[in-house]
Design a protein around this ligand. Structure first.
Ligand SMILES: O=C(O)CCC(=O)C(=O)O
Ligand SMILES: [Fe+2]
Length: 618
């Protein structure tokens, strides 16, 4: 089943962002001046102030974004989102009906209520919904409004000029009206490009097509492991680890998973089928090994391991043979830092680690015999190319017990990691903290791809969110001599997306519609391209999001002047870049909300090709 929904541009509006204007209203409100606090002597009557901190009826207080008083007619309710807590009149947030309820009923209703600023509606509004139709005529209305204004001004001007004489000279007015009729006629015959093109509208009841699983044979572009080194630790250090693992084995600290036991230290590592609910702090014995590893492998601070998982593979003489193994899996959880390494140190018997290519039937599996006190290093990236596992011993083979210590660098905020593959318009997008930047909770990187053909799907591996924002250069007037070239670009994009989806089945993929320029002919190319991409995504990848870009567009369907670089018809200026970052973050947030909602829905079945984790579940 389709687990997510793409958003065609122009068919729905983005959640309300705080604009400077909103902030002004808020700042001027009584709430921000601290005068919105309910006074205790008015709590007794249900018609007046309510006792609950989340609910009150206040007279004359301007606490709602409307900035007005509701004269005690409305309940004032507070958003339950702890970082918001904005107060609203029930009428202003479309809950007018709640005014006929009593206090406790309203309290119940609003316990988990998210205000219009916080709640992102997870559904696409159907193209034929009256509000969508209204929106699509907005531009027309706005333009006719300005024409009416023109007429009014012409009439005024004529009357003023004619005022001294008794005879009113209407010739100027007639000429102006003739001009305006001409303008109206031209406008009707040749309406300006609008983002609300019908081409993007999806009929409400049209069933969503199934997700097409297309697989390509992709040659392995990286090695299954980067490094294998024997006799890694000095005697003292290895003896300490032998003591630690021996102690753990006898203290029954290992938690049984299929074919082996596990013990977790440091940052919690959760994977499909993991049984460890608790994690202990990293003990000094392991901290000093992390120190040695980090120095020897020259790991920078941001990739230093902070989580250690010890696997215990019992001897084949004590168990059924098949029970000392680890099933094929990938360590591809999105909490692992995208460019980090997964480092494994072996203690005890030699065992074979098997590596199996995921995307190439013709490439054989590779085996690595890992001996006592050896270390092998895989990259997080390689997890999207290979599965690995410890096969059970052969029927004729006897194996002694083995422990493996796996060191990882985990960061919770990597659940929201971002890769932005884009052209020069994304050049100024920065990660990290500061104005117009992504912020610490969205770690990630930007990769340049000047044209669609330059997108490198393997760059996306390891990132939770993938944004592709290319096409502007492909669609420049000098690069398009025939419509068929635009279609070809869409086909190239489709092929790239097949590879991205195959290499990163767990990533949330977003295609950013090409932003309009100030060049009308180029905008025609862009408009056609966007509508073809929308159709292509709808029929091939309904789980790839294609979110509307109206906030970048002016009434003429062109790149907004406020957002572009001065004297540049195509590129975003600093305000545009800040807006782009906000847009990208809203995309991530909306999708998270949408998936959360869908997960809680009873018919929701996750369409997932998720690998099993080190639990060995098969
Ligand atoms: O024991 C090994 O060498 C492999 C361990 C492993 O793959 C894991 O912990 O994810
Ligand atoms: Fe693993």
């Amino acid at each position: 089943m389709n687990t997510s929904q793409k958003i065609p541009p122009g068919t729905r509006s983005s959640p309300r962002n705080l604009t400077p204007l909103d902030l002004k209203v808020k700042d001027n409100s009584a709430a921000s001046k601290g005068i919105g606090t309910p006074s205790p002597n008015r709590l007794s009557s249900p018609n007046r102030l309510a006792e609950s901190p989340n609910l009150s009826k206040k007279k004359g207080k301007k606490i709602c974004p409307c900035g007005r008083s509701s004269a005690g007619r409305d309940w004032v309710i507070i958003c339950s989102e702890s970082s918001c807590k904005q107060q609203w009149h029930t009428s202003c947030c479309n809950l007018k009906g709640a005014n006929s309820l009593n206090q406790s009923q309203v309290e119940n209703l609003t316990k988990t209520w998210l205000c219009p600023w916080c709640f992102a509606v997870p559904y696409v509004r159907p193209g034929n919904h009256p509000a969508a139709l209204n929106e699509s005529t907005l531009l027309e209305k706005a333009l006719s409004c300005s024409l009416v204004q023109n007429i009014t001004e012409s009439v005024k001007e004529t009357l003023i000029n004619s005022a001294p004489s008794t005879e009113v000279d209407l010739s100027g007015l007639e000429a102006r009206l003739a001009d305006l009729s001409k303008e109206i006629k031209e406008f009707k015959e040749n309406p300006p490009t609008s983002v609300n093109s019908q081409a993007w509208e999806i009929p409400f009841d049209e069933p969503r097509p199934p997700i097409i699983h297309v697989k390509r044979e992709i040659d392995c572009q990286i090695k299954p492991y980067e490094l294998y080194e024997e006799n890694f630790l000095e005697n003292d250090a290895i003896e300490t680890l032998i003591d630690l693992t021996g102690y753990l084995k006898n203290s029954a600290d290992f938690i049984g998973e299929k074919g082996h036991g596990v013990k977790l230290y440091g940052e919690p590592y959760s994977y499909t089928g993991s049984q460890s609910t608790v994690t202990d702090p990293i003990p000094p014995e392991l901290s000093s090994v992390i120190e040695i590893i980090s120095t020897r492998l020259k790991l920078p601070e941001h990739k230093r391991p902070n989580s250690v998982l010890i696997n215990f593979y019992p001897s084949s003489t004590t168990l059924e043979r098949k029970d000392t193994h680890l099933a094929m899996h990938s360590d591809d959880e999105n909490t692992i830092v995208a460019d980090s390494e997964i480092i494994t140190l072996s203690i005890g018997a030699s065992r074979t680690v098997s590596f199996q290519p995921k995307h190439s039937e013709s490439s054989p599996s590779q085996n690595l015999l890992v001996s006592h006190n050896s270390l092998y290093v895989m990259t997080r990236k390689s997890q999207n190319w290979f599965r690995h596992g410890i096969p059970p011993p052969l029927p004729t083979e006897e194996v002694d017990e083995r422990f493996s210590l796996t060191f990882r660098c985990l960061k919770k905020q990597f659940c929201r990691s971002v890769i932005l593959i884009g052209d020069s318009n994304t050049k100024a997008v920065n990660f990290g903290s500061g104005f117009g930047k992504f912020g610490e909770s969205f770690p990630g990187k930007r990769v340049r791809a000047a044209k669609i053909k330059d997108i490198e799907p393997s760059d996306c591996t390891g990132f939770a969110n993938v944004f592709l924002m290319c096409g502007t250069n492909d669609l420049r007037c000098e690069n398009i001599s025939h419509v068929s070239e635009i279609k070809n670009h869409v086909d190239v994009l489709k092929e790239k997306l097949i590879l991205v989806k195959q290499l990163c089945p767990e990533s949330k993929v977003f295609v950013v519609p090409v932003l309009p320029s100030k060049i009308p002919q180029m905008n025609k190319n862009i408009c056609l391209f966007n509508s073809l991409v929308d159709k292509m995504l709808y029929s091939n990848f309904p789980d790839i999001w294609f979110e509307g870009i109206y906030s970048f567009v002016d009434r003429q369907g062109m790149l907004s002047d406020k957002l572009r670089r001065p004297n540049d018809d195509i590129h975003l200026g600093p305000r545009g870049i800040a807006k782009l970052v906000t847009y990208l973050k809203i995309c991530i947030y909306k999708r998270e909300q949408f998936e959360k909602y869908m997960k809680s829905h009873k018919n929701y079945k996750q369409e997932s090709t998720q690998e099993v984790g080190p639990s060995g579940l098969t």
